[in-house]
Design a protein. Structure first.
Length: 289
């Protein structure tokens, strides 16, 4: 935007003045060239290609120079269009030049303000859409997004045992408090980089990046122990059943979750490790402990 910045020094508050100046100079190039040619002829200079050729050449040159200059003056419009297209594509705000006071300068400033504001709103709405409103951990949508392209690892599905009976015995408000307490205990017991989500109801999911089956089972046991240490309003210990699945090459997240869910159902019906309820693990749909 060199020409725009140069003209901004002459006409800082008006885009119209910049455009009029460029058009005025371009339109008068033929006249200036003609007057120069007449002055040279009167001074005895060679006629050259003639006055008509000078006039035609100057007209063409002036027209081309005017079009190029107008495009250069309007360069901020192209920068604004590019910034908005980038923001639309990936939500990345672009800082356009600041400090210009004409219409294009104000437009660039407002474009910066708009994209920053919209970027903040989009980020807030994304967090809101991907967060479980009760427990504050990720929901299924957020869990899916966080795990895109994660590579190898393990999924642990955890389900509170007899939660419906707990709700019936101590009430839904106390049941909600229990879910929040369970989410806090799980989050506190996880490692940095692990991902926790509430998939719905009393079911939680944990992603353990890079973990194999033995490590995932050990983590699941640690999570069960952490939750079992919670005090209960009814005096009944809180217990979890768990299902573990390790990712396979080419396997999708949905397939890994389905495998873990099968393992969880096995743990619920008695295929347990340790005292009931327990943890069942599987690495392929046909594998059993």
């Amino acid at each position: 935007m060199p020409l725009y910045r140069l003209l901004d020094r002459l006409f800082p508050n008006s885009l119209t003045a910049k455009l009029v100046f460029v058009a005025f100079v371009g339109i008068h190039v033929p006249l200036i060239a003609t007057l120069a040619g007449l002055a040279l002829r009167s001074a005895g200079a060679p006629a050259g290609t003639g006055l008509v050729a000078v006039l035609v050449g100057a007209t063409l040159a002036g027209t081309l120079a005017t079009l190029v200059a107008l495009r250069a003056v309007l360069r901020p419009l192209y920068r604004i269009e590019s910034a908005l297209a980038r923001f639309e594509a990936d939500g990345t705000p672009t800082d356009l030049p600041q400090g210009h006071r004409d219409q294009l300068g104000r437009l660039m400033r407002r474009c910066n303000e708009l994209t920053r504001h919209m970027g903040q709103r989009i980020a807030e709405k994304t967090v809101e859409a991907e967060t479980d409103p009760l427990t504050g951990v990720l929901n299924r949508r957020g869990f899916d997004r966080r795990l895109r392209g994660q590579g190898e690892g393990a999924v642990v599905l955890l389900d509170l045992d007899g939660f419906k009976a707990v709700n019936d015995r101590i009430g839904h408000a106390a049941g909600d408090r229990l879910l929040c307490a369970v989410a806090r205990q799980l989050a506190a017991a996880l490692r940095q980089g692990d991902v926790l989500a509430r998939l719905g109801g009393d079911e939680f999911a944990v992603w353990l990046p890079g973990a194999g089956q033995a490590e995932a089972r050990a983590v699941a046991g640690r999570l069960r122990a952490a939750v079992a240490a919670l005090p209960q309003d009814s005096g009944t210990p809180v217990t979890l059943s768990g299902g573990v699945a390790v990712t396979r090459p080419g396997q999708t997240l949905a397939e890994t979750l389905e495998t873990a869910d099968r393992a969880l159902r096995r743990a619920k019906i008695g295929d347990r490790i340790g005292p009931a309820p327990g943890i069942a693990a599987t690495q392929t749909p046909t594998c059993r402990d």
